[in-house]
Design a protein around this ligand. Sequence first.
Ligand SMILES: [Zn+2]
Length: 162
Amino acid sequence: MFAELQAIQSAASSLKTAGDIVNALISLGVKAEARAKVIELQAVIIAAQSSAMSAQASQMELLQRVSELEGELMKLENWEAEKQRYGLIRDSGGCMIYSLKQSFVEGGEEAHALCPNCYEANNKSYLQPSPDGARTAGQYCPKCKASFRVWGAARSGTGLAR
Ligand SMILES: [Zn+2]
């Protein structure tokens, strides 16, 4: 795609040169019939320049989109690797949550759990104590705002995924 962009830029540059030559011809004071043809040629060159410029803009948009998609792909690939560190468990509170696997906790990481809704939507969101924690003793997801009755994994490191 960079080759296409270079080709368009090269065409635009050639057209500019052709336009300069036409302007020089006009200033040379050619005969009336020749002058009419030169002005006609000038209009054709201007139209071609305009087409080259819009092709260049489309090409830039495509390059931008490719770059965005590459970024999204990399993010998804990273998330696929990150997902492998978690396992789906039923917490002692009865909720299905994604918990950090036991081996990582034994390796020194803090036990924690992820929101299953956000996990399925390819987002990583830590379950946090509910703002009204004392009343419901639950956890909630700050991203999707779902509430969970979670007692084990997220709080004490018990009931971890293997
Ligand atoms: Zn969530």
